[in-house]
Design a protein. Structure first.
Length: 94
């Protein structure tokens, strides 16, 4: 279990099915805000979660791995932000 930037990260391990690294949103008052997502699905048993220098590391099987977001996710976020800013700018001009 790890709390990072308003998210509770849990490794949910199972001996019979795949293990899951899940993220649950936390509101400013510490309650669950209704958001959740699966960050990783692994056939090995997931272990500890650790933060080091702003990166998330987790153990799985006999190794330790860094969780790295897909490049496509960063591109989509950039494009979405640019479209929102462009729409706002056009609305302000008219």
């Amino acid at each position: 279990m790890l709390i990072n930037n308003g998210h509770l990260l849990l490794s949910l391990s199972s001996f019979s099915t795949s293990s899951v690294l899940a993220s649950f949103g936390i509101a400013s008052d510490g309650t669950y805000n209704g958001s959740s997502s699966t960050l990783l699905d692994d056939s090995d048993r997931l272990g500890d979660l650790r933060m080091h220098d702003g990166s998330l590391y987790f153990s799985s099987g006999d190794g330790v791995f860094e969780l790295v977001p897909e490049p496509g996710a960063a591109s989509l976020m950039f494009i979405g932000t640019a479209l929102l800013l462009g729409g706002s700018w056009r609305k302000l001009r008219s």
